[in-house]
Design a protein around this ligand. Structure first.
Ligand SMILES: [Zn+2]
Length: 327
């Protein structure tokens, strides 16, 4: 027998003996429980020289408000589409995905997630899945914010309202800041969106010294450009990322679940600030991605939330990428 096996066997014997000694006499041996945690949710691929990682932040089944989820279609029609997509029909299954891009000059996070333990149970998985992906909050150099809905900015700070990414600059759309930082706009916002004013004030209070604003179509960082896609919120932005000959889009909330809002791009979501403007932005953005055969990632698509877009039947079809290359 190989000497290494003998040594390994001896070490195992010692370890087993130690464990046995720690079990109280007469106590039942602990049974191995079936782990109830999902495999860590992250997914990685290259775009030119950049490395992209999409990280799962969890999901919720939003039973409220399924009634009225689509404000310009019948509930029965929405139910039929959900059924046709094999999705739950008693609510909206809403996943959350944060995309990270390592440009070689810095690590950029696109939005900040729901914050650990700050929103509904089932969310807040970003810190643990980042750790599994080898991404450390302190290594993030920039958070590029698409819009100020709670599920995108709450994770900027901890429950104690300390910055979650301690070394990151935070870049926000100027139009988004202008709307949500002015409480005079509260009465002019849909009821459902009014909590954003208080959350904006709270989350950005400790971040002001490191915050900067960007205009639509501006370069946010080398290789990363904002695309104005308003409607979901007044200043909602998506992002275009280019490295070498490859390009990639972060579409954020320009469309919610693809089974609903890409198949039926004319639908107005209850989460959209202005449904009609959101539809224009959605069609313009996804037509461009389809025409360019570019890869994209979205915030609320089924994990890992990345793939391609085809134009089909007056709407769009999401084709998940079933291959990846990290070299
Ligand atoms: Zn949103």
């Amino acid at each position: 027998m190989d000497r290494r096996f003998l040594l390994a066997g001896a070490a195992a014997g010692i370890a087993a003996g130690t464990a046995a000694a720690q079990t109280a006499p007469g106590a039942a041996a602990p049974t191995a429980a079936v782990p109830n945690a999902q495999a860590p949710g992250f997914y990685r691929f290259k775009v030119g020289d950049f490395t992209v990682t999409t990280v799962h932040d969890g999901f919720v089944l939003r039973t409220n408000p399924l009634e009225g989820l689509v404000t310009n279609a019948d509930a029965a029609e929405v139910q039929a589409v959900l059924e046709g997509a094999a999705l739950p029909t008693r609510g909206l299954m809403n996943p959350y995905i944060v995309t990270f891009v390592d440009t070689g000059r810095g690590l950029v996070a696109f939005d900040a997630g729901t914050g650990a333990g700050q929103m509904a149970p089932g969310t807040g998985l970003l810190p643990r899945n980042m750790a599994a992906a080898g991404l450390r909050p302190e290594d993030v150099t920039l958070v590029a914010v698409s819009h100020f809905h709670g599920d995108h900015i709450t994770g900027l700070t901890t429950r104690e309202n300390q910055p979650f990414f301690p070394n990151a600059e935070v870049a926000v759309p100027a139009a988004e800041w202008a709307w949500w930082s002015d409480t005079a706009n509260e009465a002019r916002s849909p009821q459902f969106q009014r909590p954003n004013f208080a959350n904006t004030a709270r989350r950005f209070a400790p971040l002001r010294p490191r915050m900067r604003m960007f205009e639509a179509e501006a370069e946010v960082a080398p290789g990363i450009r904002a695309i104005a896609t308003p409607g979901h919120t007044p200043g909602h932005c998506s992002f275009h990322i280019a490295s070498g000959r490859e390009q990639f889009f972060v579409t954020a909330d320009a469309a919610g679940r693809p089974e609903l809002f890409l198949r039926q791009p004319g639908w107005h979501s209850i989460f959209d600030f202005d449904g009609a403007i959101a539809v224009e932005s959605r069609r313009r953005l996804f037509s461009r991605i389809a025409a360019e055969r570019a890869r994209m990632a979205a915030y609320h698509f089924p994990f890992p939330g990345t793939g391609y877009i085809l134009e089909e039947g007056g709407g769009f079809r999401f084709v998940p990428a079933d291959w990846t290359s990290i070299v």
